[in-house]
Design a binder for this molecule. Sequence first.
Ligand code: 0PR
Length: 387
Amino acid sequence: MQVKGLPEKKVFEELESRLRGDFTYNSGRIIGSMCTVPNPLAKKVYSRFLDKNLGDPGLFPAAVEIERETMKMLGTILSNPEASGHIVTGGTEANVLALWAARALAKKTNPEVVVPASAHCSFDKAGDLLGIKIVKARLNERFQVDVASVKKALNSKTIALVGMAGTTALGVVDPIDDLSELALEKNLYLHVDAAFGGFVLPFLRDLGYNVPSFDFAVRRVCSITVDPHKMGLAPIPAGGIVFRNESFGKAVSWGISYLSGGETEQTTLVGTRSGASAIAVWAVMKHLGREGYRKIVRKCMHLTAKLTEEIPKIRGLSVVTEPTMNVVGLKSDAFDIRRIAEELRLRKWAISLFPHHIRIVLMPHIQEKHVDEFLQDLNKITNKLIG
Ligand code: 0PR
């Protein structure tokens, strides 16, 4: 670090120029990511309340109350206004907290958790951290977890099942009802990872789409991950761990006695944590309301339908599966998908590449003209590869 400080203007100048090299959402080129431009009000609110620390409730009881209300709002879109939980750094931390609670409640040695083969890598991280063996169940032909395979994976050490409501690769929803039946029968914890889908499925349902049950309306669902910093339009970091009721989160409560509020109970991994994140989620949910999110999801689904319709018209290309939400899998039986990804990246499209497909996510920052340009480039690329 230099000895003499730089004036504000100089710091900004250098940062503006250095960060110009990054992709921007508004360019429409970020077409494979699950994040987007935060809502303008959420951004303002976030920067205004940066000093709020939810890790010291005695200092910030009002901010704690806002977080509590935020969790009720999240619970309400997930069919359970009695829900409780926390705004955390993201889906990874939320999934770690869910498995932490499940482990504490089960009190078994050498615990195992059965997750779908499609589960996000955060479950592997959680398993490694918590000393839980993560067992992967097979998928069926529609890329949902095969419940028979889950059943087969169970043994006396199993403590929990995980279902996905919007897989990372394809946005697929698992048969949560069937997982719930199984979990009830075997007395297991059931966690649903709706990190992406949690801010899509409730509004798709409102719009009249046929949405499978995935939330707290399903009997055995104990907790849900839902990330405001994905389709919730909140600033990063904002993940959500929502428990059916307080008792689940309390399974991992830690008593802290020396803070300003006296005896304090912490039910999060992190101590000092951002109040601004939780307050910004509260603000964007209040501001947009169900109607606002519905509108956003409707536009994303319109573009998803367009892309899904147009892709098969391009020689050699098709979609992996009919999308449930605004995630499209692009595959090819004629070309090596890695070649297509490479050509797209050369043309400055930021796409995600999975082993057998390219993932396109039609986030709120994507406009119709971006989809048109993308399709034109796909046409050019396939023509070039055909030679
Ligand atoms: N659960 C699911 C279903 C996810 O898809 C993700 C991440 C997580 C949990 C973990 O969430 P955090 O990354 O918030 O901890 N899904 C995105 C993905 O892996 C994360 C992401 C988002 C990556 C934007 C890149 C990006 O530009 O694709």
